[in-house]
Design a protein around this ligand. Structure first.
Ligand SMILES: [Ca+2]
Ligand SMILES: [Ca+2]
Ligand SMILES: [Ca+2]
Length: 220
């Protein structure tokens, strides 16, 4: 009889634990552990939970929260290049781009990176995005069209190096393709004085096509 009571108690405890885990408590410290963690609503719980302000202090985790829960331990840092590169909510925009730290380089204690107005929730797919802008020919997104943009394009095409923040920016001749002719176009402009990259040009920013492309381009 005592053995049965023990099993019933254990079962009840397991049920309670499961209920507790499904209504996951929000760690107030965790918004501080991701870049721009409090930019959306000032508190930041909504980055990981479906309800930012439930009456009893916690709510089920959204898709980003579920991903974090796999590796996070209490208030220990967990932000990483791998987590930045992942797309937890499956909307085509990596977590790091949504939080304005595409490379996952931000460290706890550093100022928030990027443009806070562009921050979106990495756990909620389909949020409206601010229109992204780009400079034609500035493939490496450092704010200028230079020799390094040509080498960036060649290394990206032939060696798979680098992160292409905006395909339109690297499409220097604006023909819709990204290939060796874009690197040549930049070189001819720089060293032979030929025509600059077409609209919006190398010195002005112009709107990119709607969608996630150019979302992480940050020199405009
Ligand atoms: Ca996403
Ligand atoms: Ca550049
Ligand atoms: Ca092209």
């Amino acid at each position: 009889m005592a053995f049965m009571s023990g099993k019933i108690l254990a079962f009840g405890f397991a049920l309670l634990l499961a209920a507790f885990r499904s209504q996951a408590p929000a760690f107030e410290c965790r918004p501080e552990l991701i870049p721009n963690g409090r930019k959306i609503d000032g508190r930041g719980c909504i980055n990981c939970h479906v309800d930012a302000d439930p009456p009893w202090g916690g709510s089920p985790r959204n898709l980003f929260g579920q991903e974090i829960e796999k590796s996070a331990r209490f208030c220990e840092p967990f932000w990483s290049p791998a987590l930045a590169a992942a797309d937890s909510d499956g909307d085509g925009i990596p977590n790091g781009v949504e939080l304005e730290d595409p490379l996952g380089a931000w460290k706890l204690g550093e100022p928030d990176p990027g443009n806070p107005e562009r921050v979106t929730n990495p756990g909620v797919p389909g949020e409206p995005l601010l229109a992204a802008e780009f400079r034609r020919g500035d493939a490496d997104a450092d704010g200028a069209v230079a020799l390094r943009d040509a080498t960036f394009i060649l290394e990206f095409i032939f060696q798979g190096k680098g992160i292409l923040f905006c395909r339109s920016a690297a499409d220097a001749n604006a023909d819709g393709d990204l290939d060796i002719s874009d690197a040549i176009f930049i070189l001819e402009h720089l060293f032979l004085g030929r025509a600059p990259p077409p609209s919006p040009g190398p010195h002005s920013c112009g709107p990119a096509a709607p969608g996630p492309s150019c979302r992480s381009y940050r020199s405009c």
